[in-house]
Design a binder for this molecule. Structure first.
Ligand code: KIV
Ligand code: ZN
Length: 554
């Protein structure tokens, strides 16, 4: 990289807009959305979608609620042309959905485009030509006036053919894009757009779409917003226009540019699912829609089945959704850090209780709203604390570790995970717990337990396996557990201890036992140690928990 980039790159001149209004506006309604997945997104793929992939994506876009869908560039290839024909002839376009097609301002291409649309119910014909200084100079070698003439001529060629569609009952909306709008002088963008408007003669009843592309993102989002507000304020006959935004993401701020452009007065947004598109991609429509949603505004798009949508997208485009893609990526609702997990756990519990406004720490939206599971929210690696471990055991297996026991087992699990050097699943954590507590059978393994009581005095007659040999033990106490403790200490040689905490719970199916008991003992040295036992019989589960604690204390 250069020490002084100014020798090669120049500052971007902002628009003069001293009285800008957009910074004090707020977004409180959804724009008109137009998906350009099947055109801009498709043309950016190494292997463009075939007709059946395009059909699958078209259906998915309709299911999300898109009412305007740019379906292709029908003059560009046979696939694109026949895709249009299949949509129309097989009556695959719902009544409330308008298909949009892109075309350059050239007669042969316009002719083919019109042919591809015959018989459709409603269409948007989208014509564009490039207007920026670099395109005028290097690509076309044309003056501003000549570039305006290209647009005016294209507009006329489309207008002359419209009757062929309208006579067959097709409702047509016209759209013009001064391509590379954000890199074009605003005065020139206005002039060329007004030249097209002069030909198409839009009215407030039959508006045309003026799409203002950030073809290559060349400026900060606030500058793009100024450009949009400048056009909205200075163009003739604004009320006959639907102002549309089409941002790309070269500087990584496509979403911000769109949101600020909406504040600046735009009515419509073009973009793609997950931001597929040329180079760094088009605007990710999911992001803008979900940003509205998280502020309580109905986006009028439905992403309830985000997982299904991602699968469709990956299948049809061959692209992948990065794990940290806002609202969609695999990790966006996941917390590994212990303190985050703890806050989420408490926030979720609070929300469960009150079901009011969503204010769970670290989660911008309720993952359920996009079809995600809470199971995915907390995942355990070496950065996680006891909270995450306890959460997974509880949410996946219904195991409710006592608070104090969480403090004991958390670091044990953490050390194991640290050694493994990877994330662990809930099932693996359960295995660790079983190994640490339930399967602790040395030096003592319970072989047989029996206790009965007369007048509040219990006698226990049991047997243990100690170092491979069975041994009978007897003891008394004010309950079965107390009698067993007495037997352990007096007959089996266990060091004296007392039971300080006892908790039991029933377990759901799938854990292999119906009762789980937790026992905390205190040794003569004052050490507190937990044990756990499972059985179909709750009394036996608690006896096993005592054995587990004593074995662990050894
Ligand atoms: O990015 C762009 O400028 C385009 C136009 C064709 C609208 O995709
Ligand atoms: Zn584009």
């Amino acid at each position: 990289m250069l020490k002084n980039p100014a020798t090669k790159y120049q500052r971007f001149d902002p628009v003069k807009l001293p009285n800008r209004q957009w910074p004090s506006k707020t977004l409180d309604q959804a724009p008109i959305w137009c998906s350009v997945d099947l055109r801009d997104g498709n043309q950016a793929l190494a292997v463009p979608m075939n007709v059946s992939q395009k059909l699958e994506m078209f259906d998915a876009l309709v299911k999300c609620g898109f009412k305007e869908i740019e379906v292709g560039f029908p003059s560009a290839s046979n696939t694109e042309f026949s895709f249009n024909r299949r949509l129309i002839e097989e009556k695959r376009i719902p009544d409330d959905v308008t298909i949009q097609v892109l075309v350059q301002a050239r007669e042969d291409l316009i002719e083919k485009t019109v042919q591809s649309l015959m018989g459709a119910r409603q269409v948007i014909i989208h014509m564009y030509n490039s207007t920026s200084p670099a395109q005028r100079k290097y690509v076309f070698g044309k003056s501003k006036e000549e570039i305006i003439e290209v647009a005016r001529n294209g507009a006329r060629l489309i207008k002359e053919r419209l009757h062929r569609l309208t006579e067959g009952g097709t409702k047509v909306t016209l759209q013009y894009s001064p391509e590379s709008f954000s890199a074009t002088e605003v005065e020139f963008a206005r002039e060329i757009s007004e030249a097209v408007m002069e030909v198409w003669q839009p009215t407030p009843e039959h508006r045309m779409i003026l799409n203002l592309p950030d073809t290559v993102e060349v400026c900060m989002p606030n500058v793009y917003a100024d450009q949009i507000e400048w056009i909205c304020t200075n163009i003739k006959n604004r009320e006959s226009l639907i102002i549309s935004l089409h941002t790309h993401n070269d500087r990584g701020t496509g979403t911000a540019a769109t949101e600020l452009g909406l504040l600046a007065g735009a009515d419509r947004v073009e973009g793609t699912l997950f931001g597929n598109g040329e180079r760094t991609g088009n605007l990710d429509i999911v992001q803008v829609a979900m940003n509205l949603y998280m502020h309580g505004t109905d986006p009028r798009l439905d992403f309830s089945d985000m997982t299904g949508l991602i699968a469709m997208y990956e299948r049809t485009t061959g692209m992948t959704v990065p794990p940290r893609q806002p609202y969609a990526g695999e990790l966006v609702f996941t917390a590994f850090s212990g303190s985050h997990q703890d806050a989420i756990k408490k926030g979720l519990a609070g929300y469960e209780q009150h079901h009011s406004i969503w204010d769970v720490p670290y989660l911008t939206i309720d993952p359920h709203d996009v079809g995600r599971e809470y199971r995915e929210v907390i995942r355990v690696n070496s950065q996680s604390g006891k909270g995450g471990v306890a959460y997974l055991l509880e949410s996946e297996f219904g195991i409710e570790l006592p608070k104090d026991m969480q403090r004991e087992f958390g670091p044990i699990a953490n050390d194991i995970v640290d050694n493994l050097g990877r994330e662990v699943s809930g099932a693996e954590l359960k295995q660790m717990f079983w190994k640490e507590y339930i399967e602790r059978e040395t030096p003592f393994a319970l072989h047989h337990f029996h206790a009965d009581g007369v007048d509040g005095v219990f006698t226990c007659r049991s047997s243990l396996v100690v170092e491979g040999r069975e041994r009978g033990i007897t003891g008394t106490g004010n309950g079965p557990i107390a009698a067993f403790v007495d037997a352990l200490v007096s007959d089996a040689g266990a060091a004296p201890f007392e039971v300080v905490t006892y908790r039991e719970q029933s377990l759901s199916s799938g854990t292999g036992a119906s009762a789980l008991a937790f026992i905390q003992i205190k040794t003569t040295g004052g050490r507190l140690v937990w044990g756990a036992g499972t059985d179909t019989n709750i009394e036996l589960a608690s006896i096993k928990a005592v054995v587990s604690a004593v074995n662990r204390a050894r």
